[in-house]
Design a protein around this ligand. Structure first.
Ligand SMILES: [Zn+2]
Ligand SMILES: [Zn+2]
Ligand SMILES: [Zn+2]
Ligand SMILES: [Zn+2]
Ligand SMILES: [Zn+2]
Length: 317
């Protein structure tokens, strides 16, 4: 018998049974009730079989049963020190151990899941809160290389986290997020571990906490806002070692732009070198020598004193 027919039969038997009762035909009503119970039992069996076949064909859309969730809560309790449950706030939280990455202590983190919207809420339905925050020196809102403003950069974990939430697999969700916190991906941090405690200025040595830092275009050294120089010729940014002040005008220029006087080997900007590639001092000296060299030879004092014939040997004929 088709399933829809079973259902129609139920309706019909129910109608007749009520009619029999209204007329006081109790015996007939009893028989109809027995028949109705038989049809209902068959219909329930059919529905259960249909439900089972749907579940096995849609294994991927499996959602956790009450039993699964209970087992997950037990496992979470064993896996994490702190498991807390806020019915009013609709949140479930676990707390990790203190996280230490490459020698840097970041402290424990609370992973707080809002189960109010598990299906569509990802990734805004959970937060990662630093319990004993050791934020990056350069940015207080970065409490972990992959956590900013309590949100995790999920990277490749995005799909697995989303699926675990959609299917209500609580243990998997918390384990994936905790493992993200336990690993460091140097390719995509908000702040790299190397810079976690701030960066020292290559010139004066102070630790820079803000974003006022400059990178030398020649040697890649990082300097603070007080120690960087902008070349007045090419506008490039340089550290103290890679730039020099012109000995004449004081303009700071990079080593590619500054020139050397061919006379005194001092460093000068091009504007301060004369046409002969010499600084003005060396240029003036050259001119003085040139002037003295061009004076007439008869002025030479020795020429008039030197007696004629002195030192000459007479050669016998
Ligand atoms: Zn400095
Ligand atoms: Zn430099
Ligand atoms: Zn100059
Ligand atoms: Zn330059
Ligand atoms: Zn010179």
């Amino acid at each position: 018998m088709p399933k829809s027919a079973s259902w129609q039969q139920c309706g019909l038997l129910h109608q007749r049974m009520q009619l029999a009762r209204q007329h006081g035909w109790y015996l007939a009503a009893q028989r109809l009730q027995r028949d109705l119970q038989q049809v209902l039992a068959r219909l329930q069996g059919d529905l259960q079989a249909l439900s089972n076949s749907l579940e096995s064909s849609e294994e991927t859309n499996h959602t956790a049963s009450v039993h699964d969730i209970y087992a997950d809560l037990i496992a979470l309790h064993e896996e994490f020190d702190g498991l807390s449950f806020d019915r009013r706030g609709q949140t479930l939280s676990v707390t990790t151990e203190s996280i230490n990455l490459e020698g840097i202590t970041l402290g424990p983190f609370e992973i707080c899941l809002d189960w109010g919207d598990l299906i569509g809420g990802h990734p805004n339905n959970y937060r990662v809160i630093a319990i004993d925050a050791h934020p990056a020196a350069t940015n207080d809102s970065v409490t972990h290389p992959h956590v900013q403003d309590e949100a995790v950069c999920e990277g490749e974990g995005r799909q697995p986290i989303r699926r675990a939430q959609e299917q209500g697999r609580l243990l998997d969700f918390f384990m994936i997020v905790a493992n993200l916190l336990r690993t460091y991906n140097s390719g995509s941090p908000y702040v790299s571990l190397a810079d976690w405690h701030g960066v020292e200025c290559a010139d004066c040595g102070t630790t820079m906490h803000g974003s006022d830092r400059w990178t030398c275009e020649r040697c890649d050294a990082t300097t603070c806002g007080d120690c960087y120089y902008s070349c007045s010729n090419c506008d490039g940014i340089y550290c103290g070692e890679c730039s020099t002040s012109c000995e004449e005008c004081g303009e700071r220029q990079c080593q590619s732009c500054i020139d050397v006087c061919s006379g005194c080997i001092g460093e000068f900007c091009r504007d301060c070198l004369q046409e002969n590639e010499r600084c003005s001092d060396c240029h003036d000296k050259t001119n003085e020598i040139a002037e003295s060299n061009s004076s007439p030879e008869c002025d030479h004092p020795l020429a008039s004193v030197q007696p004629h014939g002195v030192g000459q040997t007479a050669v016998p004929a």
